[in-house]
Ligand binder design. Structure first.
Ligand code: INI
Length: 162
């Protein structure tokens, strides 16, 4: 029930003036490049200036949290978007990389009070990854950028810690 007394706060998707950092990992780069294209498409279509985007490449998803933390601590950005592709192999390696990357990104976000968006695919096979990188299931890079815009604008309203 909305009695018109409720205060509702939400972030818009307006990107004008926002400074965005993207951390992308080279492992499975052929997929991650598609996520990056999707993310840039979203940012530019929502009025983020190309000059206000910084792109940082890291070797693999495991290294994403460290780079994201450095970018967050620089206080130069309204949001950090993390893009990577982790595909299950024959060993438990996938599990360790996926788990540490996920935990790491979440930690960086909370430690820095900044939107740090999880645009990392974790899939059972290459087909699932392709489906999420601009084919059957959309483009998760585009979705990640949307989340970054919404959260950056939301944090402008609720993000100040006393
Ligand atoms: N890194 C990925 O981004 N995706 C993977 O699927 C992957 N697998 O499966 O091994 C992967 N491994 C590399 C890892 O991220 C680190 O770069 C490496 O362990 C060095 O620290």
């Amino acid at each position: 029930m909305n009695t018109n007394k409720t205060t509702i706060i939400e972030g818009s998707f307006e990107g004008k003036g926002l400074k965005i950092a993207i951390v992308a990992s080279r492992f499975n780069e052929f997929i991650t490049q598609k996520l990056l294209q999707g993310a840039m498409d979203c940012l530019l279509r929502h009025n983020v200036s190309e000059a206000d985007v910084t792109l940082v490449w890291v070797p693999g998803s495991f290294e994403i949290p460290l780079a994201a933390d450095c970018l967050a601590k620089s206080k130069q950005y309204n949001a950090v978007i993390c893009l990577g592709t982790i595909i299950r192999g024959e060993t438990p390696h996938f599990q360790y990389v996926a788990s540490e990357t996920t935990k790491g990104v979440a930690k960086v976000m909370l430690d820095n009070n900044l939107p740090v968006i999880f645009g990392v695919l974790t899939t059972d096979n290459i087909e699932q990854a392709v489906n999420r990188a601009g084919t059957k299931s959309g483009n998760k890079g585009f979705n990640a950028a949307q989340s970054a815009l919404e959260m950056a604008n939301l944090l402008k309203q609720i993000g100040k810690k006393s």
